[in-house]
Design a protein around this ligand. Structure first.
Ligand SMILES: Nc1ncnc2c1ncn2[C@@H]1O[C@H](COP(=O)(O)OP(=O)(O)OP(=O)(O)O)[C@@H](O)[C@H]1O
Ligand SMILES: [Mg+2]
Length: 463
């Protein structure tokens, strides 16, 4: 049983949370909720079919002030799951009939992602085979074979050749192998050769009435196959040619039908769509005046979250089991301001908390990609050893927290602005500081930020 779950590559909830912990401080409740939702997909796949269809994903809304890690959790989730994952901004969409992207396009985008995922997976499988073919093709170009050699012959035909012809062939074969060795050693990498590539020529102008190729593909599947291929000769280095030919040859080896059917299955059962800024599609009080188009977007979202069939260029995709995670700051409104039908489709609510000074300290130092680590590495390239002292970090977080409470709370983003200001001079002068060690102490921080923090108006503009 456990082995089966492994087969679907869904890590355990604990493993997911552990992975998220490497980048995100606190917010345990949100981490737990997404971990469970993710794991449930894997569980569902193991159920008998009748039951599997009944189990709808438990969509999640993440609520919390700005800059506390909502988007960051989603971003990290994408790298943990090997499932197709799409992050969209709700504000990007417009109601059907208005100019802009319609909501269904998110399903099409997710499908494209899945197809690319499956394709590159396949590419890895056929890679070594394609490499061999490319090697032969490069040899053919660098060291063209005489006509009679190109003809594959069996041993009997070979025996029937004249002594001279046979010698010729043997000599040619030996030479070719020597060339192969030199090619593999990389001796020809910068040599220019001519290769013939086939490209589809898509007209750059709009086709019918503002439709692009993708729209047409949906109506007429396989449309782009009718666009003629043009053969073009290109002069490139062997190194570049290898890349081009490799793409061309692996394309030929990949069974696209298989890729697409796998991708569609993956999207329908494991796909995840993260809808950011969902609070921004709540209109102003709609009871007064005609309903605005933002509410239209909510209404368009309903069927997709509930389960519908969307036409994509790869075929129909059922959205019934796609997991939706929405997030929003909900500063001026509440989740209950969403239209009721939509609220009901997001049964799990998790709240992310405002960050404390202690959290700031951890965010600055602990995550794999922590800001202090980033600046340290950046300056190391200039030969400058940047050391953050403990009291220096304390002072930075104290300032960040203070500015957040006194002006506007922008969460961890405050750390970015403060750090940038703090290290501005060092960054600027770094090339002249080669070989030095610079310590960021409490005193240094106070000194650098004093002039700004003493003046509240200045703080507002600079930090
Ligand atoms: N809990 C946290 N742990 C580590 N880093 C964090 C945390 N919260 C925020 N950050 C950092 O702050 C930045 C902003 O966070 P994020 O993009 O997740 O904000 P958000 O919650 O989506 O806010 P908004 O509502 O404005 O979109 C990120 O780059 C992230 O690295
Ligand atoms: Mg965000």
């Amino acid at each position: 049983m456990l082995d089966d779950i492994k087969k679907f590559d869904v890590p355990t909830p604990k493993e997911i949370v552990e992975e998220l912990d490497k980048y995100i401080i606190g917010q345990d409740e949100a981490k737990k909720a997404v971990a469970i939702a993710l794991r449930n997909r894997g569980r569902r796949k193991l159920l008998p079919e009748e039951l599997r269809d009944e189990i709808a994903p438990k969509n999640i809304i993440m609520i919390g002030p700005t800059g506390v890690g909502k988007t960051e959790i989603a971003r990290r989730l994408a790298s943990i799951t090997k499932a197709p994952f799409l992050k969209v901004e709700a504000t990007k969409y417009t109601e059907v009939g208005y100019v802009g992207r319609d909501v269904e396009s998110m399903v099409r985008d997710l499908t494209n992602i899945a197809v690319n995922m499956c394709k590159s997976e396949m590419q890895q499988i056929v890679e070594s085979e394609a490499e061999k073919i490319v090697e032969e093709r490069l040899l053919d170009i660098l060291f063209p074979a005489p006509e009679y050699f190109k003809k594959k012959m069996n041993s009997k035909e070979f025996e029937n050749l004249s002594e001279e012809e046979r010698l010729h062939i043997i000599r040619f074969t030996n030479n070719r192998e020597k060339f192969r060795e030199r090619l593999l050693k990389g001796e020809f990498e910068d040599k220019y050769i001519e290769i013939a590539t086939k490209e589809r020529f898509f007209p750059a102008f709009e086709l019918f009435g503002g439709m692009n190729i993708e729209d047409i593909e949906i109506m007429i599947p396989g449309f782009s196959n009718f666009v003629p291929k043009r053969t073009k000769t290109k002069k490139v280095t062997v190194k570049e040619a290898r890349k081009i030919l490799l793409a061309e040859e692996s394309e030929k080896l990949i069974d696209m039908d298989k890729v697409i059917s796998r991708a569609l299955e993956l999207v329908e059962n494991m796909g995840i769509i993260f809808i950011d800024e969902i609070d921004k599609i709540i209109g102003p009080d709609t009871r007064s005046g005609p309903s605005v188009s933002r509410e239209g977007v909510q209404r368009d979202l309903l069927p997709i979250v509930e389960g519908t069939s969307v036409m994509t260029k790869y075929g129909v995709v059922r959205t019934h089991h796609i997991l939706f995670i929405a997030a929003g700051a909900f500063h001026t409104n509440k989740p209950s301001d969403l239209i009721p039908e939509l609220q009901g489709r997001f049964p799990i609510r998790v709240e992310l908390k405002s960050l404390t000074q202690e959290d700031f300290k951890k965010i600055l130092t602990l995550p794999k990609n922590a800001l202090t680590k980033q600046y340290r590495e950046l300056l190391k390239t200039e030969g400058v050893d940047l050391v953050f002292e403990d009291d220096g970090i304390d002072e930075i977080t104290k300032f960040a927290y203070k500015v957040n409470t006194e002006t506007e709370d922008i969460g961890a983003r405050r750390l970015y602005t403060i750090m940038e200001k703090l290290l501005e001079d060092i960054s600027f002068n770094a090339p002249d500081l080669k070989g030095q060690t610079i310590r960021i102490t409490a005193e240094y921080v106070r000194e650098k930020l004093k002039s700004i923090t003493e003046n509240r108006d200045l703080t507002r503009y600079i930090l």
